[in-house]
Design a protein around this ligand. Structure first.
Ligand code: NAD
Length: 256
């Protein structure tokens, strides 16, 4: 059980981040949710988790594209025994027409935020004598696709930083790993299905099977519950000697 531990999950008002927060709460951890929005419904998500799982849950607004706010998030959290770096955005365009400001935003949110939150969280983990840093990278942290240069660069960077942090903490009761999901049917991915149906003149099932999951040999989406369970495993005693590595949850994508 993770009772008594506090987890901070960046970008956790939807999708994978929310799924991870729920599974860590199910395992007994107190959770801190985050996004840059700060709406009443974001706070309500924390209240729901608190009552459903009987843990402490709060929501803190912070923009992960701004280094100072990344560090402030960790300061504002009551504690940070488990840091899950999950916030991320995507943009698809060829590199020669890739908008420079979008490149900067992807590098800031998907890569730089991991530097700032990790730097801010490690002293507290050392003081507490236990810590877990879990970075949500991607199959695109290990392989590439065309038109995703910023995302692929950022996610490869996250995998590299994961290894460096693991070496810096190797002799302490702290581990640092990266989880690499394949396709997960989050609201973000769901929103792409209608357009893709129109573009290919296919029905929903064919789009999912032949277009979206063409690179995922299982032909199934990974779920946010499975991602949450993977993160909970990395926080368990069985994972104490797992550090500096990647754990793929991708239906065989990176085996090809
Ligand atoms: P999502 O859009 O549902 O969630 C993204 C989260 O990031 C949201 O909670 C959003 O509020 C937050 N966020 C975005 N910009 C932010 C900012 N500036 N500051 C704070 N929070 C911000 O998408 P998702 O699919 O759940 O993605 C979560 C993570 O998983 C990302 O890092 C993504 O790259 C990674 N991932 C997703 C998939 C997939 O298929 N969905 C696959 C591999 C990796």
């Amino acid at each position: 059980s993770l009772q008594g531990k506090t987890a901070v999950i960046t970008g956790s008002n939807s999708g994978i981040g929310l799924g991870i927060a729920r599974e860590l709460a199910r395992a007994g951890a107190n959770v801190v949710l985050n996004s840059f929005t700060g709406r009443p419904q974001d706070h309500a998500l924390a209240d729901t988790i608190a009552s459903e799982f009987g843990v402490r849950a709060s929501y803190i607004k912070a923009d992960m594209s701004i280094g100072r706010e990344c560090r402030d998030l960790i300061e504002a959290a009551a504690a940070c025994d488990i840091l899950v770096n999950n916030a991320g955005i995507q943009h698809v365009a060829p590199i020669d027409t890739f908008p420079p400001e979008t490149w900067d935003a992807i590098i800031a949110i998907n890569l730089n935020s991991v530097f700032h939150t990790t730097a801010a969280a490690l002293p507290g983990m050392r003081a507490a004598g236990w810590g877990r840093v879990i970075n949500i990278a991607s199959a695109h942290g290990l392989t590439a696709s065309p038109f995703k240069s910023a995302y692929v660069a950022a996610k490869h960077g996250v995998v590299g930083m994961t290894k460096a942090v693991a070496l810096e903490t190797a002799q302490e009761p702290i581990t640092c790993n990266a989880v690499c999901p394949g396709y997960v049917l989050t609201p973000l991915v769901e929103a792409q299905i209608p357009d893709t149906m129109a573009e290919y003149d296919m029905d929903r099932e064919t789009v999912i099977r032949e277009v979206m999951l063409a690179r995922q040999p299982s032909r199934q989406f990974a779920t946010v519950e499975q991602l949450g369970g993977t993160v909970a495993f990395l926080c368990s005693p069985a994972a104490e000697q797992i550090t500096g590595t990647t754990l793929s949850v991708d239906g065989g994508w990176t085996a090809m």
